[in-house]
Design a protein around this ligand. Structure first.
Ligand code: HBI
Ligand code: FE
Length: 289
């Protein structure tokens, strides 16, 4: 079925996708250049983990050693499913919101199959396998975080029913993608990242925890859902949780009443501190090596 091993998986090839938008990972067609680029991406990001990632991320990353080549998702599932009940499924790229939420609600995480090009080393707007795998999979080894993401998927489906996609999408953006944590149980750790958009980015990882430029405020679900975001620049506001349980608590109840209420309130701007915000200071920059 596969020809000579010279063509990377096509970006956004939906022609072979099933009804739930999953595809075969088509493991074989990754080229040697793809694996080499993966190694460079992996090396840069894994060096940032010790100083900037939360302990759950560091522990999850240590469970899989994927530094040498693009992983076969089934090999990862053999470790991930016993650990947390999650399973990775391959997808061609962005999939419709409803299908995305259905996968999360079923404890299945969609991982994009294709890898970016070398000229996109630093920055990419869409998810590729490096973002989806390096950024998201470590946290999915944590059962509590996995519970939150599953519950988020269920609430995402509810939000679609009431036309509240923008509100529920912001919750994902400011937590799963760009969340920071100041772990109440481990104060010596200081401010750390758990979001996949941060931890798959060489620039935003130190920026999010150390730069004096962005706003950082204590997580509040209403504040978070009302706040617009940008997809093509470092974030201007980060929301800081004190524990993963705080995320689970935020979505424990049906969010529809809250969504309906927030639909009637104005959006908040991504670069503004509002009354009631509780600012969180950055972490002192690590001494240069
Ligand atoms: N599809 N592959 C993929 N990855 C995503 O992160 C994703 C998606 N489809 C929809 C979607 N995200 C959004 O609905 C959420 O971010 C809320
Ligand atoms: Fe992501």
């Amino acid at each position: 079925m596969y020809g000579a091993n010279t063509n990377s998986p096509l970006r956004g090839d939906y022609s072979r996708a099933r009804a739930d938008f999953t595809v075969e990972q088509s493991w074989h067609p990754y080229t040697q250049d793809d694996h080499a680029l993966w190694r460079r991406l992996y090396q840069r990001q894994s060096q940032l983990v010790a100083d900037h990632a939360c302990r759950e991320f560091a522990q999850g990353l240590a469970r899989t050693d994927c530094s040498a080549r693009i992983p076969d998702l089934e090999d990862i599932n053999a470790m991930l499913t016993p650990a947390s009940g999650w399973r990775l499924v391959a997808v061609p790229g962005f999939i419709p919101d409803e299908q995305f939420f259905r996968h999360l609600a079923a404890r299945q995480f969609p991982v994009t199959v294709w890898l970016r090009k070398p000229e996109e080393f630093d920055y990419l707007v869409e998810p590729d396998i490096f973002h989806d795998f390096f950024g998201h999979v470590p946290m999915l080894f944590d059962r509590g975080f996995g519970d939150f993401v599953q519950r988020y998927g269920e609430q995402g489906l509810r939000a679609l029913e009431v036309g509240a996609l923008p509100l529920i999408a912001r919750l994902y953006w400011y937590t799963v993608e760009f969340g920071l944590i100041e772990d109440r149980a481990h104060p010596q750790d200081g401010l750390r990242a758990y979001g996949a958009g941060i931890l798959s980015s060489g620039g935003e990882t130190p920026y999010s925890t150390e730069s004096p430029l962005p706003l950082r405020v204590r997580f509040d679900m209403r504040r978070c859902m009302r706040t617009r975001y940008m997809i093509d620049d470092f974030q201007k506001t980060y929301f800081v949780i004190r524990s993963i349980d705080e995320l689970k608590a935020a979505v424990a109840q049906d969010t529809v009443p809250l969504l309906r209420q927030l639909q009637g309130e104005p959006e908040l701007q991504p670069d503004t501190l509002y009354p009631g915000d509780q600012p969180v200071p950055p972490r002192p920059a690590a001494a240069a090596a």
